[in-house]
Design a protein around this ligand. Structure first.
Ligand SMILES: NC(=O)c1ccc[n+]([C@@H]2O[C@H](COP(=O)([O-])OP(=O)(O)OC[C@H]3O[C@@H](n4cnc5c(N)ncnc54)[C@H](OP(=O)(O)O)[C@@H]3O)[C@@H](O)[C@H]2O)c1
Length: 340
């Protein structure tokens, strides 16, 4: 049995990790921590876990964490993980970090978008970007996983095959993204209260969202070319789910059927990618509470336009589900264990 701990256990991503790990046959949760004044049983924080787990959730303590865990999930706000990662790695343990602290290889870009100094630059170089469909080989031997952001997961999975196939204009990538309110976490924020979000849809952080450089970094790596994208996130009045509509320009005439064939070949062996048949497009209700990424492909031949529609659950494939998928690869478990 693999002993795992979670710091940030009282947040949405932490809750989802507990839920998935309790279904996992080869893992035991041995330590739970959060920013908490008085330790409380996790079942007091999330009553739904009553009868399934009996562990306190307490202020994190390094000695307890290291003595009880082989692997630590960090489900902390960005800027908090970089305190824990070097301490856990030095003790010879492994980390899957769900925050953004180790995703961006260019430190000055991280510091500009996250408005904070990075205090663990050395480990940024070692971190493997945890998108299994592209980096499975590197994930197998990694000690530190930078688990991808939710919007980037959908965008990169949708656009990667088109860049590898080199059939789209690289300077014409428009991503219209919509996320449910759990994407911003469980902490209380005025503009995320029910009455502000309910029956509303709005764009936010246009050209300034912190996931924009992450998408650019990863797509540039795939294209072997420095790419710039246009990314417009929206807050959607649902609890969970991300739907992205991506507008691309074809370099050469292709039909929907031909592009679908290319995508099906690219993701042939992937257990969590579902390419929809011609004329079909994803909807949130088919992916929420799952680790699936659904992709719809639409070509308008007259306009050389390729419109991709991609849907994931922000807390599963966009966070905790993907984190467990990474753990499964790192430890040689079945990749779908706990996730199907
Ligand atoms: N939500 C998503 O859809 C999503 C998707 C992809 C990635 N992520 C990333 O995953 C991470 C967690 O997100 P979330 O949505 O779960 O956030 P959240 O609901 O706000 O939870 C944050 C957790 O971190 C704990 N925490 C905060 N500061 C801490 C500190 N200094 N020491 C120890 N614990 C601390 C909080 O404890 P208290 O509850 O006691 O304050 C809580 O348990 C973030 O980096 C986020 O960007 C989230």
């Amino acid at each position: 049995m693999l002993n795992v701990g979670i710091i940030g256990a009282s947040g949405y991503a932490g809750e989802e990790l507990i839920e998935i790990l309790l279904r996992h046959g080869s893992v035991r949760i041995t330590y739970l921590a959060a920013k908490i004044d008085k330790p409380d049983n996790i079942t007091k924080i999330f009553p739904k876990f009553k009868g399934r787990i009996d562990l306190p959730c307490e202020e994190p303590q390094l000695n307890k964490l290291l003595s009880r865990c082989d692997l630590v999930f960090l489900a902390l706000p960005h800027t908090q993980s970089m305190y824990w990662v070097p301490r856990i790695l030095e003790a010879g343990k492994k980390v899957i970090d769900l925050s953004a602290d180790y995703r961006l290889k260019n430190i000055s870009v991280y510091e500009a978008f996250y408005k904070t100094a990075h205090t663990d630059k050395a480990n940024v170089k070692k971190a493997v970007y945890g998108l299994p469909e592209l980096y499975r080989q590197e994930i197998r031997s990694a000690d530190l996983i930078a688990n991808p952001g939710c919007y980037p997961t959908a965008a990169i999975l949708a656009i990667a095959p088109a860049l590898v196939g080199d059939f789209i204009e690289r300077d014409c990538i428009f991503i219209d993204a919509k996320s449910g309110a759990s994407g911003a976490g469980r902490k209380i924020i005025q503009e995320l209260t029910f009455t502000e979000v309910n029956e509303n849809l709005k764009a936010y952080k246009i050209n300034t969202h912190q996931h924009m450089p992450e998408i650019e970094q990863e797509l540039s790596k795939i294209a072997h070319h420095l790419l710039k994208i246009n990314f417009v996130p929206h807050l959607l009045a649902v609890n969970r789910g991300i739907l992205e509509t991506i507008y691309l320009k074809l370099k050469r005439p292709l039909t929907s059927k031909q592009v679908i064939d290319i995508y099906q070949r690219f993701y042939k062996k992937e257990p969590f990618i579902r390419i929809l048949e011609e004329g079909n497009n994803p909807q949130l209700k088919d992916v929420i509470y799952t680790n699936f990424c659904d992709l719809g492909i639409n070509v308008d031949k007259d306009r050389r336009a390729l419109v991709l529609v991609c849907a994931i659950d922000n807390l599963q494939k966009g966070a905790s589900g993907q984190a467990v998928q990474n753990m499964n690869i790192m430890y040689g478990f079945s990749e779908t264990e706990g996730l199907l």
